[in-house]
Write a new protein. Structure first.
Length: 181
């Protein structure tokens, strides 16, 4: 099973890289993509990582899920962004998994994907989801094909919900057991 994980300059390191590592550990093929002008991405804490592909190079129909990490970049681009919003709309429209963590759910909210749905996000991000059901005390929330999480401290619960949705509860429990969670 193959999915995309979006990388942008100033992406939150743990939300992107730990999520990717855990999903791969669970047996999922995760391809990192970027809408930036370079494949070399500088994370929020200064780590240089290289995205696998530019987003325009991938054929979306080949992927079953998309993950949008949070980070400082969200506040900088969310209001003018069209690319990430269109990406998540495509996956939602095709009833594929859409997952976003921390401030990442702001893209989903502005795209209208959280209207009438339960979600969690970084405190203050809920302003972009006025028609959603905000659950601020939960670390991760799954509502149909959408998984959201509160922040970097919820990466394990976030990944658990993604794996549970895609591969089943047994695989999700096995993943957390394998890392002594």
């Amino acid at each position: 099973m193959k999915g995309l994980l979006v990388l942008s300059h100033n992406v939150e390191d743990g939300e992107a890289l730990t999520t990717r590592a855990l999903l791969r550990r669970a047996g999922l093929d995760v391809v990192t993509v970027t809408f930036e002008s370079t494949l070399e991405i500088k994370t929020a804490f200064g780590l240089l990582v290289k995205a696998d592909r530019f987003a325009h190079e991938v054929h979306l129909d080949e992927y079953e899920f998309v993950v949008v990490p949070g980070g400082r970049y969200v506040a900088d681009v969310v209001d003018k962004d069209i690319h990430i919003k269109e990406l998540v709309k495509y996956f939602d429209h095709n009833q594929k998994l859409v997952a976003a963590i921390c401030a990442g759910p702001r893209f989903l909210g502005q795209a209208g994907l959280l209207n009438g749905r339960s979600f969690t996000a970084y405190t203050g991000s809920e302003i972009d989801m006025p028609k959603g059901i905000y659950l601020p005390t939960l670390k991760a929330v799954r509502d149909k094909n959408i998984v959201t999480a509160r922040g970097a401290g919820a990466v394990y619960e976030f990944t658990y919900e993604i794996v549970n949705y895609l591969l089943g509860e047994e695989k999700a429990v096995a993943l957390l057991s394998s890392i002594l969670y």
